[in-house]
Design a protein around this ligand. Structure first.
Ligand SMILES: Cc1cc2nc3c(=O)[nH]c(=O)nc-3n(C[C@H](O)[C@H](O)[C@H](O)COP(=O)(O)OP(=O)(O)OC[C@H]3O[C@@H](n4cnc5c(N)ncnc54)[C@H](O)[C@@H]3O)c2cc1C
Length: 682
């Protein structure tokens, strides 16, 4: 069956790659962040891709039990590889990343261990961390309950201190207090870090958490053993299980998100994590004297990994959509010539290229957050907490907007692949299903924007009393000028200036925040007004976060970027990222009066000309992410572009095609066809 379409994909991608105007190998280094990171990633991605245990293309077809068992097998095999090969922490984490399957490991390494590090005393860390590092215990993070998630202050689980036995009694007093959602809890974990209302000395101390409305890191966390270390059965007083099937085939269903009820479960007093606060032998609640801000380090770390992960997940989706858009042809038949590649269509470019730009933008802002994390740790060490409110606000906002754009971006890439994007073998449905909860866990994205908005309102009120905002909010110190001087450009080319772009985003963010501050200042009740203007406040917060991402992209561009043509094409991507945001948010720029409709029209013209520069480099820009076919797990996104023969082959392997006449024929099709339904047993 050798026809033209069969061979067209590979030759098309070869031709695309021959048009590239920059050094792809150098871009791979920029994407990886350093030669050392690249070396680790290269080693781990090959190790995973070549190991049959890590096969994943069958995932969407597996029933839940087989899916879960297979995921346990992978986790065990990975742990064996880590030990046998003496992998470093970075290598082990990279290995888990390339296995690409949500599992209890994510919570054990990503939440349980950091929670102990952040909230346990040194003595307690010495007790728990070695067991956790050896995996002789498996831990998870049990905060959310059936009735409350975002509103941490509303959690109901109780930890009542009993001085007669020197123990806490953990109890779930209501149905709604059942812990619900924690990953790894359902079937795998032996322990959890759980959050509960501390009741001692006749007083309810509440939860002290990082809630939607009050910002302070957790204080009241407890380590609760939940399963026997001998036979894994639930311990006395514990009711635990999996909450059930979640969105999408495969997807996040490899994870055992669980429920947990405590029925007067006794744990030693020392199982309360006591870095920030403790309960004495007599039952007195005592603050440790350690500033509560020390908990911020762990929070910045977790959010940094989420933003870096957003760039990774978006990079997968755009790789698939870009390669396939080059291979896919529709319309435009000039006699004897192939049809037009869909990537040539202006609408395809205007949907796809800004997503490629966003992928790089998120990568660079993630890189900056890594340095921010180091800075936060150093400052905490030196008892300097001055930057923490600003860091908390910007990391909340960046988590919110990068995960929202990534989830929407994956879905957009699915649509960019037309009908074939809807098939599981495109890799996109499962990617979306597994990724989309990132908009909810680690803080609902809307709630996180409110944290940013509160910070902005406070910063503006302090500007009024002469205090200079710092860091990512420094521009608010200049609000007088930003709110009154409008954009002056008259020619399209003037948009291609970092200063012009940054000033536009600063003016928009400052004006939106300023307008909210004015409304709040006029209201008799600030809390009620915050609720009334919540939509505007969320918009102001979003504008502030987009400004941060634009600024960090520009900062990257102002650094040394080696490699032939690399800086040049990244510059184009930087403008695409910013100008597309101007296009999408034209209403904000117009309503705040900073831009005229003529200036917005000039921005759109520039955007179109930037797309022309991206076009010959599009495939190479996604090749630079350096994803293996195993990691992408997508027929549409194959590196060699050999799409159609493989779609055909995959259909032949569909289990429904095991027999030519389907199993239900005799019972359910034949009686319909033969008008024999009355005689048949249904
Ligand atoms: C896949 C997955 C994995 C998870 N893993 C874990 C885990 O390991 N451990 C754990 O403890 N939890 C986990 N969770 C739970 C998760 O952290 C919570 O679901 C999340 O914090 C959101 O809280 P919620 O469900 O209470 O949402 P809700 O707060 O009930 O949100 C519902 C809606 O109400 C809106 N809303 C709520 N309050 C306000 C307000 N004040 N103003 C305006 N709008 C508001 C929200 O924006 C949202 O649109 C997981 C969840 C998922 C989906």
């Amino acid at each position: 069956m050798a026809d033209m379409t069969e061979t067209m994909g590979p030759s098309t991608l070869r031709e695309e790659r021959s048009k590239t105007q920059f050094d792809v190998e150098a871009m791979k280094l920029v994407w990886a962040g350093s030669a050392a990171h690249k070396k680790v990633a290269d080693k781990m991605k090959v190790l995973v891709a070549n190991d049959p245990v890590f096969e994943k293309s069958s995932r969407p077809r597996l029933d839940r039990k087989s899916l879960y068992k297979n995921s346990l097998r992978k986790a065990a095999h990975a742990w064996k590889l880590i030990q046998d090969n003496h992998l470093t922490e970075e290598e082990a984490s990279s290995l888990r990343h390339y296995i690409d399957e949500p599992s209890y490991n994510d919570l054990h390494w990503g939440m349980f261990i950091p929670a102990i590090k952040g909230q346990a005393t040194e003595e307690q860390q010495k007790k728990w961390l070695p067991q956790a590092y050896k995996m002789s215990i498996i831990g998870c993070y049990a905060q959310t309950e059936l009735g409350h998630g975002s509103n941490v202050q509303g959690l109901e689980t109780q930890a009542v201190f009993d001085p007669s036995t020197d123990e806490f009694v953990l109890n779930s007093p209501t149905l709604t207090s059942t812990k619900w959602w924690p990953g790894g809890l359902g079937k795998a974990s032996t322990h959890c870090v759980t959050y509960a209302r501390l009741i001692t000395d006749g007083k309810d101390y509440g939860i002290h958490g990082l809630s939607s409305l009050f910002v302070s890191p957790f204080e009241l966390a407890f380590i609760a053993p939940i399963r026997s270390l001998d036979d894994h059965s639930p311990l006395p007083g514990i009711t635990v299980g999996d909450i059930g099937v979640k969105f999408g085939n495969g997807g996040y269903n490899t994870m055992d998100n669980g429920f947990l009820r405590f029925d007067h479960v006794r744990i030693p007093r020392d199982n309360m994590l006591m870095k920030l606060a403790s309960v004495t032998r007599e039952g007195k609640y005592v603050k440790s004297g350690q500033p509560k801000q020390i908990g911020y380090g762990a929070m910045v770390y977790v959010r940094t990994t989420i933003v870096v992960d957003a760039s990774n997940m978006l990079s997968r989706a755009v790789t698939i959509a870009t390669r396939y858009s080059a291979v896919r042809r529709q319309f435009g038949t000039e006699k004897g010539k192939p049809e037009t590649q869909v990537i040539e269509y202006a609408t395809q470019q205007s949907r796809l290229f800004p997503l490629i730009a966003s992928t790089y933008a998120f990568r660079f802002v993630g890189e900056w957050m890594n340095s921010l994390y180091a800075d936060v740790l150093a400052r905490i060490e030196a008892n300097d907490f001055s930057t923490l409110p600003e860091v908390h606000a910007c990391t909340s906002g960046l988590k919110s907007i990068t995960t929202s754009i990534t989830a929407d971006g994956i879905e957009e890439c699915r649509k960019l692949c037309g009908g074939h994007g809807y098939a599981c073998n495109s890799g996109l449905p499962e990617l979306y299903a597994a990724y989309v909860p990132a908009c909810t866990y680690e803080g609902d994205n809307t709630i996180l924007l409110f944290q940013v908005a509160r910070f902005l309102m406070k910063a503006l009120s302090q500007v009024g009393s002469g205090k200079k905002p710092t860091g990512t909010a420094a521009y608010l110190g200049n609000i007088q000028k930003l709110a009154t001087e409008n954009c002056k450009i008259t020619q399209g080319r003037e948009w291609l200036s970092y200063d012009v772009i940054i000033e536009a985003f600063q003016a928009r963010a400052a004006r939106l925040a300023g307008a909210c501050a004015l409304k709040l200042s006029k209201a008799p009740n600030a809390e009620a007004a915050f609720e009334e203007f919540a939509t505007d406040l969320a918009e102001a917060a979003r504008a502030h976060c987009q400004l941060i991402i634009v600024e960090k992209f520009v900062e990257k561009m102002r650094s040394q970027i080696p490699g032939r043509g690399v800086a040049e094409i990244l510059e184009v991507l930087c403008y695409v990222y910013a100008l597309d945001l101007v296009r999408i948010n034209a209403a904000d720029f117009l309503s705040t009066g900073y831009l005229t409709s003529k200036q917005i029209s000039l921005a759109k013209d520039q955007l179109r000309s930037c797309f022309k520069k991206i076009r010959p480099n599009a495939v190479a820009l996604v090749d630079a992410f350096d994803h293996t076919d195993h990691y992408l797990s997508s027929i549409l996104g194959r590196y060699d572009g050999d799409v159609y023969p493989n779609l055909y082959k995959d259909a032949q392997e569909e289990p429904l095609n095991d027999s030519v006449v389907t199993e239900g024929y005799a019972a359910y099709i034949r009686p319909v066809l033969k008008n024999q339904l009355r005689q048949s047993k249904l």
